[in-house]
Ligand binder design. Structure first.
Ligand SMILES: [Fe+2]
Length: 190
């Protein structure tokens, strides 16, 4: 039943690709160019929905079981649910800043870039910690009965961006992610 861990890791890998896409657009913004707001908005729209509806609840359930199976390991990881809430708040703040720009409200460049970077760094840091500490601890401590119980309590939605079909409003972002994945493969082959 550790396929739940695999699916969490797949979500992280997908989110990492989106954060890379966002970082490329922020690089344009830093150079005074206009980023592709379909891509920027797509990253934030995805992060407003999918992680909070499906990914974080799954992790919260795993942590609940880890607390019972290995309280010391769970305590060392800290309060993941609070981190998920903090990420959601950062995501909403970033979404508001993008809305303001798209509605042509004057948004100072510096604070906008700061909000974007804070969002980017907090997400990366959080996922790294989960990959480094939380998922290995869960893999070690949880047994078949835990995974079966977690599985039974989960809903298994289609991912709106990485699943098939991709929802139309994510088309530009999906295309960007695929393009850069292809570029990375071409680089490796050279
Ligand atoms: Fe996560």
């Amino acid at each position: 039943m550790t396929n739940i861990i695999d699916s969490l890791r797949e979500d992280h890998a997908n989110l990492a690709k989106l954060l890379d896409a966002l970082e490329r657009q922020l690089g344009l913004f830093d150079e005074g160019e206009t980023p592709d707001y379909d891509i920027v908005r797509g990253v934030v729209d995805y992060c407003l929905d999918y992680p909070d509806l499906y990914h974080h609840p799954k992790e919260d359930l795993v942590l609940e079981h880890l607390k019972a199976a290995d309280p010391v390991a769970a305590a060392a990881i800290g309060d993941l649910a609070a981190e998920h809430q903090a990420l959601a708040a950062l995501t909403r703040r970033f979404a508001d800043a993008i809305d303001a720009i798209l509605q042509d409200i004057q948004v100072p460049r510096g604070p906008f870039a700061d909000t974007a970077r804070r969002f980017l760094e907090a997400y990366r840091e959080h996922m790294n910690k989960e990959e480094r500490e939380f998922l290995p601890a869960a893999r070690r401590a949880l047994g078949a009965a835990d995974w079966a119980e977690i599985d039974a309590r989960l809903s298994q939605p289609e991912d709106p961006l990485f699943g098939a079909p991709t929802e139309a409003h994510f088309a530009a972002l999906r295309q960007d992610v695929l393009y850069w994945a292809q570029e990375a493969r071409a680089q490796e082959a050279r």
